[in-house]
Design a protein. Sequence first.
Length: 527
Amino acid sequence: MKFDAVIVGAGAAGLTVAAYLAKYGRKVLLVEKQPVCGGLVNSFERDGFTFDSGIRALEDAGVLFTMLRQLGIEMNFVKNHITMGIEDHVFKVEDEGSIDDYANQLLTLYPQSAAEIEAIIADLRLITRYMDIQYGINNPLFLDPKEDIAYFAKKVFPWMFKYALNVRKVQSKDKPVGEYLRQFTANQSLLDIITQHFFTATPAYFALSYFKIFQEYYYPKSGTGAFTNQLVKYIEEHGGQIRTSTEISQVDLGSKTLTTTSGEQIQYQQLVWAADQKRLYDSIQVDAIEDANTLEAIKQRKALITDMRGNDSIFTLYLAVDLDKHYFEAISSGHFFYTPSRVGQSAAGAIPLSGSKAEIQGWLRRYLPLTTYEIAIPALRDETLAPAGKTGLIISLLFDYQLTKVIAEQGWYEEFRELVASGVIETLEGSVYPGLRKAVIDYFTSTPLTIQTINGTSEGAITGWSFTNQPVPAESRLVRIANAVNTPLPDVAQAGQWTYSPAGFPVSLITGKLAADKVNKRLGKMK
């Protein structure tokens, strides 16, 4: 069967592409190798507890709600309040005024660095003002210039001038955040506390904008998977087809044919790849390509990305506990960034990638009490997501894929999962959650290898390419994000986290819409 467009990968980006092409009346097929759609935007139920398997909340940033309105999709959201804690110093991020709370927290913990903290906070306020402009309007990509002409006249056009002036200021602060902050302080503990919950080498402008970004988070009633479910419903109601448990093994650019691992062949006029980019270039049948320029472009792109690394990954502990939600409500909101110690994770030492089992275990025991945890508590945002009197916790920490792979190769992977789970519970019980261990009803874990296997992302990356790559093999200029969906392949566009850096949920929606519009335009020209 031949389709106007085939989209490979049913994460947030692929779902967005398929939804818009279905809206435009195109004959669309969305294929996903997993049994369910959603990728890193999903929820699942286990023994009465609902857990989110990917991102813990959805960032609006002028994109999410504008897109849903344009598609006519109605969803119920609650504001996703963020709490930040270090040791017993905890505060809730309410608005930009919470920067004062953050400053007071740091000054209390590091009084010897008062002058440095004041300078850092002043710069953080400046970056927050920059991001106020970035997020100052509903994203015009998801607006209709004819239907929303008044909004364009009053909001969009004046904003464009501010944006043009602002974007250079933003990208002038594109140094890795750790390196950037060293101009203010040499206090390693302070540097760690500010930066250790960010991906390695995250650009400073992106990392230090979190007080603005935190205010953009919302949580769908019934879990993040509700977003995926609504888009699936929309695609099918508008004539689009979705095939799960369908993995693409070969791409023939000449005949515009995809071959699945089961041997089925699918023809397309336009292809959108919204999955792992390395998988795309590994799947292309280069022997069937006659055009020398296309063949050379493929070879160059494949050579560029083969050794490029995916961004950081995470280890996640899922807990079902026999504690009422009010126990946790008295401590934090439903989305909690918590650091048990002011010492900073650098004190654990370098990641022992060439270490023995004993050396790695020693490092883990030092690392777990020092790192930062992202703790999501679904029942604090929707009480129906856990049985009465009980609570589910999703506890994540940044974790190195390569170290996980070394552990698996050494043959103690399952023991490692248990060691980390026990260490996390011990750390949190000894700090913010007294009595946690005895209350545990059930627990299970996810590692970088789990993410790589289930979501098919290189090195278990959760936000595309690592910032340590030189260069990052994706568009990174804000003013040229429209270029992110282009590929050197005939009649092939791309979308998702591997197409623009820094990536995230809003970028997946934006690149999905850009790819859909590009494909729709190409199909129009073909006719």
